[in-house]
Write a protein that binds this ligand. Structure first.
Ligand code: SIN
Ligand code: FE2
Length: 220
């Protein structure tokens, strides 16, 4: 093997896959940092435990959720919204770990959205069979900022459509360490996650954890 070839293999950027104008899949972007990111997860979840939220329609979600950062996304019979307090404890959400915030900002920059300063991080836990129906992230006050979504643990099939619900979504396999960023013309794209297949991940066992970073808006 020549020295040049060796260098190429080991210094090459993670593959970037454009899903749509404004939407990029950064394969493996968080793989190296994965274990470090997960080291902070227990602290976040000890303060704000995972729970299955109820939708305004009365359906209990199969994905278990929590939040960290100044604002957290919640759902109940009254609707979807961002809240400064965890409704379970009445306390502010736990702080967003600095290495999570920094990773999200780097991913956004890599995808062409510099200056990303998330004020909300939704933690989603999928177990075998958990799924997330097609939806838009539109409860934020600021659509000029992108969404940064980090996948950890078991692989999942990510559904990524357009801002029109009737358009059939693309399907992409997301693995541990993959990051998807969508903003600009893709900011209101419908997206979701197909039912999680069972498996055993070295760091997370039978789970997939997704961290979704948003700018929900200072005005809230
Ligand atoms: C979400 O849309 O909030 C989560 C997407 C994912 O789990 O990949
Ligand atoms: Fe979403």
């Amino acid at each position: 093997m020549t020295a040049d070839l060796f260098e190429d293999i080991h210094t090459s950027e993670p593959a970037h896959q454009t899903l749509a104008p404004g939407a990029v899949l950064l394969r493996g972007f968080a793989r190296e940092a994965g274990a470090e990111l997960l080291a902070a997860l227990d602290t976040v979840l000890a303060a704000a435990p995972l729970r299955h939220l109820v939708t305004p329609g009365g359906h209990t979600m199969s994905v278990a959720m929590s939040n960290c950062g100044p604002l957290g996304w919640v759902s109940d019979r009254r609707g979807y919204r961002y809240s400064r307090e965890d409704p379970l404890s009445g306390q502010p959400w736990p702080p967003m770990p600095e290495n999570w915030r920094a990773l999200a900002a780097r991913a956004a920059t890599e995808a062409g959205f510099s200056g990303f300063t998330p004020d909300a991080c939704l933690v989603n836990q999928y177990q075998p069979g958990s799924k997330l129906s097609l939806h838009q992230d539109k409860d934020e006050n600021d659509f000029s900022a992108p969404i940064v979504s980090v996948s950890l643990g078991l692989p999942a099939v990510f559904l990524f459509g357009t801002p029109q619900r009737s358009d059939r979504p693309q399907r992409h396999r997301l693995q541990h360490g993959d990051v998807v960023v969508w903003g600009g013309p893709a900011r209101l794209a419908f997206h979701g996650v197909a039912p999680l297949a069972d498996g055993d991940h070295a760091l997370l066992g039978r789970r997939r954890i997704n961290l979704t970073f948003r700018c929900a808006g200072q005005a809230l």
